[in-house]
Ligand binder design. Structure first.
Ligand SMILES: NC(=O)c1ccc[n+]([C@@H]2O[C@H](COP(=O)([O-])OP(=O)(O)OC[C@H]3O[C@@H](n4cnc5c(N)ncnc54)[C@H](O)[C@@H]3O)[C@@H](O)[C@H]2O)c1
Length: 405
């Protein structure tokens, strides 16, 4: 018997995921929840969703009373943490879109992370952060190489999320869209107390795209950080309530490596690279820009160690999905057999993997990848980086929520 899943929040992002969650072979039944009835109807009409639809509801309270096994929360980021806790407490596994919570008060971000961990421990339900970076092809490839020990010892890594506010996915438009509708129009008012207390927004309150991949590949905890912030210099109204529009952070990791992470919201392009990318270097193997270099060194020997270079395509770097899962996704996305193979799409092809991981974790009643502890670690890295940037690069410790791999 399969599982019963609720999709909570059916805006732009939730709608992109709805056919994937609905078509997964382990999902028997789907419930749709959004405050906006027209968004429910739009998703209910999708063939993959219609085939398994068992309920429609306008509120999370009503959803919590269902007998669903799990919920996928894709509401506005300011709302995630309290909504996820409420749903966990109603006896359901939770998948949350990133970040854990969006909030100008860094102390409150850490409090919410702690509360989610407490709720997971108290209820026995599990939390998964839907971090797309974890299932980008380069992260999957590096993870496989790392688990085989092919990096040797990690020495250095860098990663960045460079999303300029006026890029193709305009942050001004995203902000405007998320501030409309029954829920959205209340959000500006909810920010007022923070502004009155002088809290400022900053890009490291949403650090997950830059920090998560490297941490996940290395399986190493951050110890301390020094960070430098860039302040918007042309009075752009978008950054009115920001102290920094960009923050670059340098972490000391507990495996002896150093890691430079950058969160940029005001930069014309990512230093000639993709908007989101990572590069990871070890004593034996290194990954950068779809290339793997391996010098074969295991033990100290006097011979030269020239690198052998292999170049990979994104398709070669991805993990395989089970055939029945990819074929169900292919059908849901109307990719005709024989037309093409299933090429995962959405944030580097990560969406189908996130769906498969969460659904499998619910069905198997196990802890998912990107657990509450992983999520808290990523958020703590951002909070610590911001604290350091506010102190002009002072080295500050990264709060530790306790994590065992
Ligand atoms: N790469 C990534 O991982 C990535 C990319 C894009 C978006 N996101 C995340 O996805 C989330 C959703 O973004 P979006 O652009 O789709 O937002 P959106 O504003 O388009 O949609 C949010 C939906 O949630 C609904 N909602 C909120 N609270 C509700 C409640 N209490 N009851 C019922 N419905 C409720 C709203 O009515 C709205 O339809 C955000 O948190 C964002 O950070 C992540």
């Amino acid at each position: 018997m399969g599982i019963k899943l609720g999709l909570v929040g059916l805006g732009t992002f939730g709608s992109a995921f709805a056919p994937l969650f609905a078509s997964h072979p382990l999902v028997d039944s789907i419930v749709l929840c959004d405050a906006e009835a027209d968004r429910i109807e739009k998703n209910a009409a999708l063939p993959a969703v219609a085939a398994k639809l068992s309920g429609k509801m306008l509120t999370i309270d009503e959803f919590c009373r269902t007998d669903c096994d799990g919920a996928v929360v894709m509401t506005q980021p300011q709302l995630h943490a309290p909504q996820c806790i409420k749903i966990l407490e109603s006896g359901k596994y939770v998948y949350s879109a990133v970040p854990v919570i969006s909030c100008p008060d860094d102390g409150e971000i850490l409090d919410w992370c702690g509360k989610i961990i407490d709720t997971v421990q108290r209820t026995g339900m599990e939390y998964m952060l839907g971090e797309t970076t974890i299932y980008r092809p380069q992260t999957m490839f590096c993870r496989r190489m790392a688990r085989q020990g092919l990096f040797g010892d990690f020495v250095y890594a860098e990663a960045e999320y460079a999303h300029d506010l006026d890029s193709e996915c305009s942050l001004r438009e995203v902000q405007q869209r998320r501030s409309t509708g029954k829920i959205g129009e209340k959000l500006a008012e909810a920010m007022r107390p923070y502004r009155e207390k002088g809290f400022k927004s900053h890009p490291m309150s949403y650090p997950t795209h830059s920090v998560s991949g490297v941490v996940d590949v290395m399986r190493s905890k951050p110890i301390s950080v020094s960070a430098i912030g860039y302040r918007n210099a042309n009075n752009d109204p978008y950054f009115k309530n920001y102290d920094f529009s960009n923050i670059v952070a340098f972490f000391r990791m507990d495996n002896g490596a150093s890691f430079r992470a950058a969160e940029m919201r005001e930069i014309s392009s990512n230093i000639g690279l993709a908007g989101e990318d990572l590069r990871i270097f070890g004593t034996r193997g290194s990954y950068s820009l779809n290339e793997w270099r391996d010098n074969g060194r295991i033990l100290p020997t006097p011979e030269k160690k020239p690198n052998k270079l292999v170049r990979y395509t994104p398709e070669e770097m991805r993990d395989p999905l089970p055939e029945e899962v990819s074929s169900a996704f292919r059908k849901a996305l109307d990719i005709k057999d024989g037309d093409s193979d299933f090429v995962p799409s959405g944030h580097g092809g990560s969406h189908p993997y996130l769906v498969h991981e969460f659904v499998s974790a619910v069905a198997e009643r196990r802890r998912p990848e990107i657990s509450a502890w992983d999520a808290a670690m990523y958020m703590a890295m951002g909070v610590a980086a911001h604290k350091s940037a506010c102190r002009d690069g002072e080295i500050v410790p990264v709060p530790d929520f306790g994590k065992t791999w």
